[in-house]
Design a protein around this ligand. Structure first.
Ligand code: FEO
Length: 403
């Protein structure tokens, strides 16, 4: 049975939700599921904008069949061919033998690499090209590395709709509510949207900035992304978040404390520091156990906060492996412009603090590490408390200095 939503007089959402998938890209937990958005334009020509993951293909096909109501499908615009969108393309090509694919040179290369049969079905476009489907004329904008190199975004000059590919997407299934004004985004969606952006597209901040600059020059009324809600009301809110995230600017002044603790002793120091900060007036503090929290959540929170405390036990004369993995992920995603503080622990040969400082200062960009630190020998004791207080004071001073 079909399940579609109307966006404008002749444009429909024909995507589907997956609430069964545990791990997006087989890495990132998605407890709220995910939507794969696709859009069908019923103009003089019929045009499908992107496709969906194979897991939800049945729903997708029923949606398209219902709206076409016996008409042919003329075109499929493929802005992004990664298999979470492209996997159902071949089925569409089989069911609609006259449909042609409009996409970029690189997308066609990738389709062939993935084994798609597309010979005789392609219309290659590049940035600046236009295409008319009847009443609607679209233009294409290159958005390489947002999130793969082949990506285009398509702007419909007739109704101001931007088909934005992965940009402006979010984890989370759509519970019938398609538009940003049908949900409380800042309460219910922003954490998943941040986690999606930072982990999926976070590495490509400069490329997102380039797309934002191009987008600023066109009169966008509606943003139709490939995941999550469609934006038709409060576009400025989300554009501002994307601007901050892609410039690697923190969203909030506050302290994220991530600890790596084997027997609860480093955890005690993390809790003591959090309490000291709150007692001194800093309320925006969050504490996470690196072993118990999927790294995608830690990355998302690290993009959000201005200050980060890494508290780690020494393990095999190195950084505790889950903490090291978190640092490696931060580096891979190109995170920068943060202030760090360090709590280290070791029963003999305490090395974790020196190693974490070295990683932040020499393997990452524009990271500041505060001079004050807390060093524990096995456990937090009365004699360590002045250092905890001093570290809290140093974090607070640093927060005052940062604009
Ligand atoms: Fe939603 Fe880059 O695919």
């Amino acid at each position: 049975m079909h399940s579609v939503r109307k966006i404008t007089e002749d444009l429909y959402w024909v995507g589907a939700n997956d609430r069964r998938l545990a791990l997006f890209e087989n890495i990132h937990p998605i407890p709220r599921g995910v939507s794969y958005n696709s859009y069908l334009l019923l103009d003089k020509k019929t045009v499908l904008f992107d496709a969906v993951d194979w897991a939800v293909c049945r729903q997708f096909l029923e949606n398209i069949e219902f709206l076409l109501n016996g008409r042919e499908l003329d075109y499929i615009v493929v802005n992004h061919m990664e298999p979470d969108h492209g996997a159902s393309l071949e089925e569409i090509l089989l069911r609609y033998p006259n449909a042609k694919i409009i996409s970029s040179e690189k997308a066609f290369l990738f389709m062939r690499q993935f084994g798609f049969s597309i010979d005789g079905r392609i219309e290659q476009v590049k940035e600046g090209d236009t295409f008319s489907f009847g009443k609607h004329e679209v233009t294409f904008i290159a958005a390489p590395m947002v999130h793969w190199p082949e990506v285009l975004v398509t702007f419909d000059k007739t109704n101001g709709v931007l088909f934005s590919a992965d940009a402006f997407g979010s984890f989370g299934a759509l519970d019938g509510k398609l538009f940003d004004d049908e949900v409380n985004f800042d309460r219910d969606w922003i954490d998943d949207a941040r986690r999606y952006y930072t982990n999926i597209v976070g590495k490509y901040g400069p490329q997102v900035q380039a797309l934002l600059k191009k987008a600023a020059g066109i009169p966008i009324k509606i943003i139709c992304p490939l995941h999550g809600p469609v934006w038709r009301t409060n576009l400025g809110y989300f554009l501002d978040k994307y601007d901050k995230w892609s410039r690697y600017e923190p969203e909030e002044k506050g302290v994220l404390i991530v600890y790596a603790s084997m027997y609860g002793n480093t955890e005690s120091a993390a809790n003591a520091l959090a309490a000291a900060l709150v007692e001194k007036g800093v309320k925006n503090v969050s504490v996470y156990d690196v072993s118990n929290t999927h790294v995608s959540y830690l990355i998302s929170e690290t993009f959000r906060y201005s200050h980060v405390v890494l508290a780690s036990v020494t393990y095999n004369l190195g950084i505790y492996p889950p903490m090291h993995n978190y640092l490696m992920d931060m580096k891979a995603l190109n995170l920068q412009n943060r202030t760090f503080a360090i709590v280290e622990n070791g029963s003999w040969a305490c090395k974790s603090g020196t190693l974490m400082r070295d990683f932040l200062e020499n393997q990452m960009k524009k990271m500041t590490v505060l001079d004050e630190k807390v060093t524990l020998n096995s456990s937090l004791k009365e004699e360590n408390l002045p250092d905890v207080e001093a570290l809290a004071d140093s974090l607070i001073e640093s927060m005052k200095e940062k604009k």
